[in-house]
Design a protein around this ligand. Structure first.
Ligand SMILES: Cc1cc2nc3c(=O)[nH]c(=O)nc-3n(C[C@H](O)[C@H](O)[C@H](O)COP(=O)(O)OP(=O)(O)OC[C@H]3O[C@@H](n4cnc5c(N)ncnc54)[C@H](O)[C@@H]3O)c2cc1C
Length: 279
């Protein structure tokens, strides 16, 4: 799998084999997929594949593995409907269909020297994981690195052990949940509230966000209020996608196609279109 897609063309899926599988929550799994012989799984942080289990529909799923590792392709998937349920139900040894990788990446190299503030909500953390790993692998090139991550409850937080390792390697982490019992020592409330409280240098900060659209809208509003320029705020957008290569038009957002021009956009490129209701 090359960045341009498999040699046969971007519409022809490659056969990847489920090599390992790990359950995170009641409905969310990480699958490690072994490429076909002779293929590598090269990608850049922020890209996605079109993934499917036979007969169950093809859906866009972000790559959540380490971009420095060209071995297995890693996806973290939440089972919400027919296609994602079939992917999450795949057993070790089963073959899944993969097209891609597709899409524009997080600007990890471009933001060297900046403070990077990462905001994630729920299943929005997996699309940011490759960016976090890339930033930490070259820690000295960046200023402050921070993750503000929220989920519905403490049990729903993804990658808890790994988050501790990231923290030990120079990522400042603040976790928040919508509700929790007395044993929870982190924040309670939504991610945008953490933005209001965060100590930050607006001129030096670049933000990268992924999560439910409503969370991103409120979090971006908070970032702009704090004085961060819209051109330094990056979001990963989700829209219904079918082809993944800018042909079918299903993922149109204003004058752009999310599969081709996104999924990562600067807020300054999008804000005009997102201001239009239901677009
Ligand atoms: C670029 C991109 C990257 C993505 N990365 C991931 C990822 O890393 N992990 C992951 O689990 N999912 C990811 N998704 C979302 C995933 O594609 C959808 O969950 C999937 O398409 C749902 O298909 P389905 O047939 O299983 O469910 P459907 O039957 O299509 O939908 C089931 C329910 O989920 C809702 N739904 C469907 N798609 C979305 C969506 N995109 N956003 C919000 N609600 C939706 C539907 O309205 C419905 O209520 C990504 C989407 C995009 C566009």
């Amino acid at each position: 799998m090359s960045p341009e897609g498999v040699a046969a063309g971007p519409m022809v899926p490659a056969q990847f084999t489920v090599a390992a599988k790990r359950r995170h929550t009641a409905d969310t799994w990480t699958l490690e997929l072994e490429p076909p012989p002779g293929e590598r799984s090269q990608f850049v942080p922020g890209q996605f594949t079109m993934l499917s289990a036979f007969g169950a529909g093809e859906v866009p799923i972000s790559i959540s593995g380490d971009p420095a590792d060209e071995g297995r392709l890693v996806h973290t998937v939440r089972a919400v409907g027919a296609a994602t349920r079939a992917i999450c139900a795949a057993r070790e040894g089963q073959v899944l269909q993969v097209r891609g990788p597709f899409g524009r990446p997080w600007p990890v190299q471009e933001v060297a020297g900046a403070d990077v503030l990462i905001l994630a909500g729920g299943i929005g953390l997996p699309p940011l994981r490759p960016a976090i790993l890339a930033l930490l692998s070259d820690r000295a090139r960046y200023g402050r690195l921070r993750l503000l991550y929220g989920s519905r409850s403490p049990e729903q937080l993804l990658y808890p052990e790994e988050i501790e390792q990231w923290s030990a390697h120079g990522l400042e982490v603040e976790l928040t949940v919508d509700s929790a019992g007395p044993e929870w020592l982190g924040h309670v409330g939504v991610v945008p509230r953490l933005v209001h409280r965060a100590e930050l240098d607006a001129q030096a900060t670049v933000a990268m966000l992924c999560g439910p659209e409503v969370m991103m809208r409120f979090a971006v509003a908070a970032l702009l209020e704090r004085g961060i320029d819209a051109g330094r705020v990056y979001v990963s957008m989700e829209r219904n996608m079918q082809c993944g290569i800018g042909h079918c038009g299903h993922c149109q957002l204003g004058p752009t196609l999310v599969c081709r021009d996104g999924p990562v956009y600067s807020w300054s490129a999008l804000e005009r279109w997102l201001a239009i209701r239901e677009l």
